[in-house]
Design a protein around this ligand. Structure first.
Ligand code: NAD
Length: 264
């Protein structure tokens, strides 16, 4: 049965690969991106999230079977928290009414193994509280401090997103409405986002020291796209609230074997 997918970030990298794989198997894809997409919108802005959802729902004819949220940026600037956190969570909330009309609604978002890196707890808490102005002003302070300080915005945005997924996935709005909500956390994926970062030997060694990938090294976008497609398929009936580290073994390398001691 043909399903209707909304894919954000559909013009490049992981989103473009996901959209293409879905179209190849006959599914309908409504892409959302800044440009070169069925819906052109800026997800860094609250109005852009509202307009994008309204247009996508209209194009879909009112019912959306799945949303795969890939749009994101990694720059050390305040906008990164707006796109990567609010551009996902607010858009999903705006799309949720159309998902509830599907017989098998599913959602998957792209987080990052960077969610395991040093972050700003204050920025994460502000994001989780839905306070974009405060999250942005904290991010602004880090960016203005100069040097490497601004690089904390990206891991903070992804930590907040992973926590939002776990928190929301079990609520009446998501699990209660029969919508599995999960995240995929990639390692280093070869896309336009990482092209410059991986362009010199020195920068590659710096990336690899932070993101060890003993299994098959840097990954192609298909390695993430195929998992996103399974998570949003009819076959996924019980996987909810998970952040799946599809990262060549980076998470296992960094966190080791004991991540289950919460109730010891
Ligand atoms: P990419 O730069 O190739 O694609 C990102 C897409 O998002 C682009 O098409 C861009 O136009 C779109 N986008 C950016 N800002 C937007 C906005 N304000 N409104 C609408 N669309 C916007 O990057 P990618 O590597 O495919 O990244 C996809 C996702 O994967 C991102 O969330 C990224 O953080 C995450 N990720 C990537 C890597 C990696 O190594 N490439 C690793 C971990 C996580």
């Amino acid at each position: 049965m043909t399903r209707t997918y909304v894919v954000t970030g559909s013009a490049s990298g992981i989103g473009a690969t996901t959209a293409q794989l879905l179209r190849d198997r006959g599914d309908r894809v409504i892409g959302i991106d800044l440009r070169n997409a069925e819906v052109e919108a800026d997800l860094s802005m609250p109005q852009g999230r509202i307009d994008a959802a309204a247009q996508a729902i209209e194009l879909a004819g009112g019912t959306i079977d799945a949303v795969i949220a890939c749009a994101g940026i990694s720059a050390p600037i305040p906008k990164t928290i707006s796109v990567n956190y609010f551009g996902v969570t607010e858009l999903l909330e705006n799309l949720r009414p159309a998902l509830t009309k599907s017989e098998a609604p599913r959602v998957a978002v792209v987080s990052s193994m960077a969610s395991l890196q040093q972050n700003s707890p204050e920025m994460v808490e502000a994001a989780l509280a839905g306070d974009e102005a405060t999250a942005l002003s904290i991010a602004e302070q880090y960016a203005a401090a100069g040097g490497m300080a601004g690089y904390i915005v990206y891991p903070s945005s992804k930590r907040a997103l992973s926590r939002w997924v776990r928190r929301q996935s079990i609520t009446p709005e998501w699990a209660g409405a029969g919508i599995p909500l999960n995240a995929v956390a990639p390692g280093t994926v070869v896309t336009p986002m990482t092209q410059e970062l991986l362009s010199t030997v020195e920068q590659r060694s710096m990336v690899d020291a932070n993101v060890p990938m003993p299994l098959n090294y840097h990954q192609p976008p298909e390695s993430i796209a195929n998992l996103l497609i399974w998570l949003t398929s009819v076959e996924n009936t019980h996987l909810a609230g998970q952040v799946i580290y599809d990262d060549g073994g980076a998470d296992a390398s960094l966190r080791g074997d004991d991540i289950w001691s919460w109730n010891d």
